[in-house]
Every structure is written in C-alpha cells, then in structure tokens.
Design a protein around this ligand. Sequence first.
Ligand code: UD1
Ligand code: UDP
Length: 362
Amino acid sequence: MGRIVTIIGTRPEIIKMAPVVKALDALDHEHVLVHSGQHYDVMMDRIFFRDLELREPDHQFELKVRPPHLQVATTMRQVAPVAKDADLVIIHGDTNTTLAGGLLASKQGRPLAHVEAGIRSFDKTMPEEVNRIIADQLSNLLFTPTPTSRENLRRENVTEGVHVVGNSVIDALLQNRAIAEKRSDVLSRLGLKAGGYLLLTFHRAENVDSKERLARALVAFERAAHEAGLPILFPIHPRTVKRLREFGLEKRAAAQPSLQRIEPTGYLDMLVLEENAALVMTDSGGLQEESCFFRVPCVTLRENTERPETLEIGSNVLAGTDPERVRDAVRRQLDADRNWPNPFGDGTTGLQVAETVAAYLG
Ligand code: UD1
Ligand code: UDP
C-alpha cells in the first residue's frame, strides 16, 4: 500500500480538489489530506468543506497573514514531517501552497503530481505563472485539462507523465449543480431575478494591489452597469476589501449605487449566482471556466488568460480594466450567441487522476 499526500490551502484548491480527493480516498492506498491554512476565513475555507461535503483534512496548519515568501517557507517547514515518506505528493493549480508543496516534494526526493498542469498566461509578472512553471518542471505526473495545456508543456520540454484529463472544475459543477439549485435561496435572499444582474469577482494581485488600477476598475464597473442597464453583484475577496480600505477607495465604492458588495459566498450560492447572471465579469480563473460551462458570457478583467480555450469559443473576452474597453466588451458579450461547447472535459477528471495514480503506485 502506498502513501499519497495531497496538499490544498485556498478556496479554488478546496473546490477543484474535492472531487479528486474523494476519488483518491476510494483507492486501496493511504491518502493523507493536508491543508496549509493559506485561506482561513470561514467564507474562504470552512464553507467549502460543508458545501462540497469534503472530509476534514488529516493535518490542518496555520499560515495567517504572511507575505508570499513566508507562506511558501512556512508551509514547507510545517508540511515536511507529513510528506517525508510519501510515495506521491499531489498539488493543484498555481498558489503559494502549490509552490510550497512542489518544492517540498522535490527537496525531500518524493515523486510529485500536479493537477491542472500546463496552463499558461505567458506573463511572468503574475505570481501564479511562476508557481505553475516551477510546479510543472518538478512534477512526475502532470494532469492537464486540455490538449492546449499539454502543448504548453511540450514547448517547455515536459513530455513524460503528461495526461490530458479535463478540469475537475467540471466534476465539481456536475456533482453540485442540482444540489445548488435545490438548496440555495441566494436569489430571493438578495432580491435578485434571473438575468437581472451582472456578477463580478475581482481579486488578482495585479489588479487590486495598485491604487491607480483599482480606482480605474471602479469606473469600469460603473460603465459596465450603465451599459447593461443592470446592477452588479460583487462578492468581495478579502484581498480586495483590504486594498480598498488601504487606498482610501472604500467610500468611492460605497457611493456607486449600481455596485452591490457582499461577503464572499459559499460554493452552492455561487453556482446559482453564476447560472442566473446576465453576464460574469471577473479576473478569477475558476469563474472563466464555470461561466463557460453555464453558457453565461464572461468578460475577463485582465490583459491575458491561461484559459485561451474560452476565448477561442467566444464564451469569454479579455477587456483589462480600461472603462471604455470594458463597456464595449460587456455590450458585445451580452449579445453573444451562447451555443459554445465546454472544452474542459466530461466531469471524470477525479476518476482519471485516481486511476493514473493507482497505476503509478502499482
Ligand atoms: C491566492 C492565490 C490566487 C488565487 C486566490 C484564490 C497565490 C499566489 N495566489 O490569492 O492565485 O486566485 O488565492 O482566492 O497563492 N485573506 C484573508 N482571509 C482569507 C484569505 C486571505 O483575510 O481567508 C487575506 C490575506 O490575509 C492576505 C490577502 O487576503 O492579506 C491575500 O491572501 P493570499 O492567500 O496571500 O492571496 P490571494 O489574493 O487570496
Ligand atoms: N467562489 C465562491 N464564492 C465567491 C467567489 C468564488 O464560491 O464568492 C468560487 C468559484 O465558484 C470558483 C472558485 O471559488 O469555484 C474560484 O476561486 P477564486 O476566484 O478565488 O480563485 P481562482 O480561480 O482565480 O484561482
């Protein structure tokens, strides 16, 4: 029997790894789940264990309020005793938790698997891009969502151990959509109607850590709401809350009547909010994929994306944060034909990962 150590720590890792963790738990191997503690607010962490019926981690660490290099260093130090005799360490995505898990496995000489491997924005100013590249270079098993991400790896001379398995975001969506529709009362709670609002999430370091860019984005939000003739619902990430406060922009945001700011939501509420939105505006990776699945048009408030499949099929366009560009993109996407296919797989990613891991461990 082999020992698998899976490391998660942030909102998207908890959500997208939930189906993978369940599939790995069903194997005939020891499966140890580790939470780095990178995300820790109830609405960034615990709520997703409940909503996705994910079991408790075997090891829960604390990482509160540390700069990125200490998130990585502390996670490596804290997880080391757990990972030291792993037969396989598994990481997901592109966060500081991902990087810490990858480096740790490498330094301890343990085999490494990366879920959601090979996606690239080709923008190394993003911390996530650096984390992905390093994680992929260190991995023995690489689970890519699409042929495009496999091709990205090939260009970096990574060809061994690569498996195209779709994205587990689809597993989570298929497993939870009906549950969300049944259980979530978020529309009535917030007084919203299907198709009667735009949904916004906005938290990327490159967008919110600059006062000028964040201030300009507030103007863009106003322009978008005006163009659509609809209010914007904005579940707001703690990083963005902190920056608005720090930059003295909170009053300005509060004075925008079309911008309804709420706490981050749970997963089931978010699914219902996405499915019923007239349009999604976001800088999140996960929301670009989920809106594509729901056939709700997306405007991505970034200059690039590591999800080019969504641009190719027209479910998504890039608009940066320039107000005129955002307004034009919103107009175009509201009129978009919504019959695009889903490029991210059939919801069997978790099972495919588990099967490959079982074959690898023998
Ligand atoms: C991280 C990921 C990003 C991902 C995002 C998902 C990295 C480099 N970035 O960014 O790719 O899109 O998670 O949401 O890992 N905070 C709280 N409560 C929490 C979590 C965070 O207050 O529960 C605060 C932190 O104290 C910190 C800020 O938010 O001041 C940023 O958190 P951090 O985990 O460093 O990065 P994210 O912006 O969440
Ligand atoms: N999400 C959520 N509530 C929110 C915002 C996001 O449940 O208020 C979910 C969303 O549905 C998706 C995931 O969180 O599954 C995306 O996480 P995030 O945007 O934080 O990270 P990214 O995808 O950009 O790495």
